[in-house]
Design a protein around this ligand. Structure first.
Ligand code: DPP
Ligand code: ZN
Length: 874
């Protein structure tokens, strides 16, 4: 397949200023008529007689008419990429008629059917599956959309902008006309038609505009929209307060659909969501679901400015809108909840998803230089690392300077399609700053590795901190340059308070920072708040880590110190496990680390009532198996699993009484409320339950079974079920059967049930997953189902996926091949875990590469899957 390069960008030859679309909706054959008001682009010097190219795929072209003259078939050409004809003038009207089949659209790109409703997904390049069009983000047009449909099955007809007309038609049909006054790229076009229920509220903007807010869901789900609506209202307020950005139309619609490739989509005034990120009530959704709903609703709303009003010039600039919008939603959540807890979650996520990407065959810069299929670049790097880049700008400029830069960015570029460089330039210009080196974060892939060393001079009362940075080569980038980054540093005195708290700017490979007036030898708290998204190598002694766990003024680094200690302990034991032939317990004792000192520090955290409960819950969680496998080469999934399990058992046994107290003290009789404080209490109690069960004292498995039976909310039920899930306890089967019976018809909730079973550490898991493929609630055509069962197996169950006999890989490849014919975008996304072969031993390397070969041998492999599989094997 064809590789597209960033350096080849050219402005469009022709632009479209206005679009009129008429849809005659039908599941099998939908007619689409478009009228495009086309103009030559003066910057390209094009005009009459030049070739006009419009993207288009998988459609039946019925007619092309230019300025009222219908073209003969010899006057245009159509191929797999699109339509070409000759411009009749500098300005002209092109009318194009096409036919598409929404019911047969299993890729879920363009116009498709989800349950019984019609809906669209056009980002990145789905619009070209609806009609012929210059389907690129730098072509921005106003849209007028007429939807004709059967009135009984599609009473609701929606598109972007304002409803300007509607009425009945013959034959039981009706129509609606929508007009969006804001010019937008085609990827932000949306249409929805179906029989949907609607929940309504309103918001008054700070300048007094009344905005109608509507959430459309399948009938019966009306009582699951409250939290999404509340999140939307809080987002609208927050964007006014923190960014000075106000909503710009009189209505804002959200539609929740069951079949969706991504999380959600920010189409202008008509956001379309994966139902998973809208629907919640206490007995169907966990605290984590509530949190995700809040942040994704906010994310899509924030795109109205960072994405829609100012959009991307080309898809290489994707992080312009995504990195910025992720940073915005992270900060929103931090303001709504606990800032340190939010930061811990974001960093844990970055480490679990982005660092492995940066260290593997699919590594790419935040602003990629090339791609085969842009859908493959909606990655943790573009999103989360992109957000870290914006966060560093925020840290370097301070909140006021950052806001000045943002104001200038929106003033300068409102209504335009721009680049990451334009964004950085606005930040620089508003602050008289120089980001030329900081901008390397846009172009250089790989996670930098930092080491530091401290040197205390008692006589001079001087502390010298020497920091070095290096970044390993990544595919296509053998040589790396030093990056500019803010490093927040604290120097702690013996009483635990800060002698110094300062943010230094690292710009060189190796740099010394001298702190004066330091009256005693300090303990260093390095990279506070994860001010730079890097790996920090440290040989800081255990005792200092314990000291930081108990004293650091920066809550993030308290957590971090515990993670470092736990990681060090487990990595030592994993090596021991491999040498001693598989005894995790004695491997823990043989590390030479003090397991007891670590457990004592964990206990101090558990019992420290000055710390909020959500924080304590996070601080008590050991680094995950995936994270640990990133630190080991070759990674031994069995050793990692057994050692982590053994350490959890030790902690559980050592702190049995404390966890039991914590469990009983944190029960609640109050009605479920999704706020952060209540959620934190539930999280801490769930952590306690987890450790009690990890102790392998049988009565606690009974306690978990009891909790499942008596809980009045999904959070507590899932907490119980997810510990039972790994056991041979009768409570497991009972709970799973109960769950299945209750939610058999409830797709979004049943997904939890599929995922749990796929992630079970029991030996029968693969067989069970295979059985579940034929469960009536499962279908390969629904991305959530695929991700819950198949995706969770690969990512959430490293031990089974990487089974030595290759059974996990074999099963997985069959699914990828099957899925590629249904939904290439989802298939490609699922392929990534196979690309981590370099982390494993020779046997697994062989098996994983063979698995990738088998994927690549698939006849008619999609461009999506081909790109990921071929890059993964290289
Ligand atoms: N643009 C969408 C989002 O990130 C794509 N899923 O919000
Ligand atoms: Zn986004």
């Amino acid at each position: 397949p064809h590789v597209i390069h960033r350096k080849d960008y050219k402005e469009p030859d022709f632009i479209v200023e206005k679009v009129e679309l008429v849809f005659d909706l039908d599941r099998d054959i939908t007619n689409v008529k478009s009228r495009l008001f086309v103009a030559a682009n003066p910057a390209r010097g094009t005009g009459k007689g030049d070739e006009v190219f419009l993207h288009g795929e998988d459609m039946k072209l019925l007619s092309v008419t230019l300025d009222d003259a219908r073209l003969a078939s010899s006057d245009f050409t159509v191929d797999a990429e699109g339509l070409r004809f000759v411009a009749p003038g500098e300005n002209f009207i092109a009318e194009i008629e096409t036919q598409i089949s929404p019911a047969n659209n299993t890729r879920l790109e363009g116009l498709y059917v989800s349950q019984s409703a019609f809906c669209t997904q056009c980002e990145a390049e789905g619009f070209r599956r609806i009609t012929y069009f210059p389907d690129r983000p730098d072509v921005m047009a106003t849209y007028k959309v007429t939807i004709n449909a059967d009135k009984a099955s599609c009473p609701v007809l929606l598109s972007n902008g304002n409803l300007i007309d509607s009425g009945d038609l013959e034959g039981g049909r009706h129509f609606a006309v929508w007009e969006d006054p804001f010019p937008k790229p085609s990827y932000l076009f949306a249409l929805v038609a179906g029989d949907l229920a609607c929940v309504e509220d309103s918001f008054k903007t700070r300048s007094g505009r009344d905005v109608a807010l509507r959430i459309f869901v399948e009938h019966g789900n009306e009582d699951r929209c409250d939290y999404a609506m509340d999140s939307l209202i809080r987002s609208m307020k927050w964007d006014e307060d923190v960014y000075g950005l106000e909503y710009d139309l009189d209505l804002f619609n959200i539609v929740a659909v069951s079949d969706f490739n991504m999380g959600a989509m920010e189409n202008k005034s008509l956001n379309i969501f994966n139902a998973k990120y809208i629907l919640a009530k206490p007995d169907t959704a966990t605290d984590m679901d509530y949190e995700l709903i809040e942040s994704i609703v906010a994310h899509e709303y924030f795109h109205n400015w960072s994405g829609n009003r100012v959009t991307c010039r080309d898809w290489f600039q994707l992080s312009l809108k995504e990195g910025l919008t992720v940073f915005r939603d992270q900060e929103f959540s931090a303001d709504q909840r606990s800032r340190p807890v939010q930061r811990i979650k974001d960093v844990a996520q970055l480490r679990a998803r982005q660092f492995p990407e940066d260290g593997g065959p699919l590594a790419h810069p935040v602003r990629p230089d090339s791609y085969m299929e842009i859908n493959n670049f909606y990655t943790a790097t573009v999103y989360e690392k992109g957000a870290e880049l914006i966060r560093m700008m925020h840290t370097l400029l301070g909140a006021d300077g950052y806001r000045k830069g943002i104001d200038l960015y929106f003033d300068r570029h409102d209504g335009q399609a721009v680049t990451c460089d334009d964004f950085a330039k606005a930040m620089e210009d508003a602050n008289d700053a120089d980001f030329s080196q900081l901008k390397r974060w846009y172009s250089q892939a790989g996670t930098p590795e930092l080491t530091w060393q401290g040197d205390y001079d008692a006589d001079a009362k001087q502390f010298t901190l020497t920091i070095t940075q290096k970044t390993d080569p990544t595919p296509g980038q053998p040589d790396k340059l030093p990056l500019h980054m803010p490093i927040a540093v604290g120097l702690l005195g013996a009483d635990g308070s800060d002698l110094v708290a300062k943010t230094v700017e690292l710009i060189q490979d190796r740099q010394e920072f001298v702190f004066d007036g330091v009256g005693q030898k300090p303990v260093v708290s390095f990279n506070r708040g994860f001010s730079a998204p890097v790996n920090v190598m440290t040989d800081q002694p255990d005792a200092e880590l314990v000291f930081l766990m108990g004293n650091d003024a920066d809550a993030f680094n308290r957590w971090e110190a515990g993670q470092k200690y736990a990681t060090r302990l487990m990595l030592g034991a994993i090596a021991g496990f491999e040498e001693n032939g598989g005894d995790a317990d004695s491997a823990l004792d043989a590390t030479g680390e003090s397991v007891d000192a670590f457990i004592a520090a964990m206990r101090a955290t558990l019992l420290n009532n000055d710390l909020d409960k959500a924080f304590r819950a996070d601080a008590l969680v050991l680094p995950g198996e995936e994270f640990l496998s990133e630190q080991r080469k070759p990674a031994n999934p069995e050793a990692i699993h057994q050692v982590r399990k053994a350490l959890r058992k030790r902690i559980g046994l050592a702190l049995l009484a404390d966890f039991a107290n914590c469990y009983h003290q944190n029960g609640s009789n109050a009605a479920f409320a999704p706020d952060a404080t209540s959620a934190g209490q539930r999280a801490l109690r769930a952590t306690a339950l987890g450790y009690l069960v990890a102790s392998e004292k049988g009565e606690y498995a009974d306690l978990a079974a009891e909790q499942y039976r008596t809980a009045d909310n999904m959070t507590d039920q899932m907490a119980a079920l997810s510990v039972l899930n790994h056991l041979d306890h009768p409570g497991r089967a009972d709970a799973l059967a109960d769950f299945e019976a209750r939610f058999a018809k409830d797709g979004v909730v049943l997904d939890k049930w599929f995922a749990l079973q796929a992630m079970s550490s029991r030996d029968d898991t693969l067989a069970r997953v295979k059985d579940l493929m034929s469960h009536p609630g499962f279908t390969m055509r629904n991305p959530n189902k695929v991700r819950s069962l198949i995706g969770a197996f690969a990512v959430g169950n490293p031990r089974a996926f990487h089974a030595k006999d290759g059974s996990g890989y074999a099963f997985y490849v069959d699914r990828l091949i099957e899925l590629d014919d249904i939904n290439p975008q989802v298939a490609a996304r699922l392929c990534a875990p196979l690309g981590k072969w370099a982390k494993y031993d020779a046997d697994r390397v062989g098996l994983m590469k063979a698995a990738l070969e088998r994927v690549l041998a698939k006849p008619e492999i999609s461009r999506d899957l081909y790109e990921i599989a071929s890059k993964s094997i290289a």
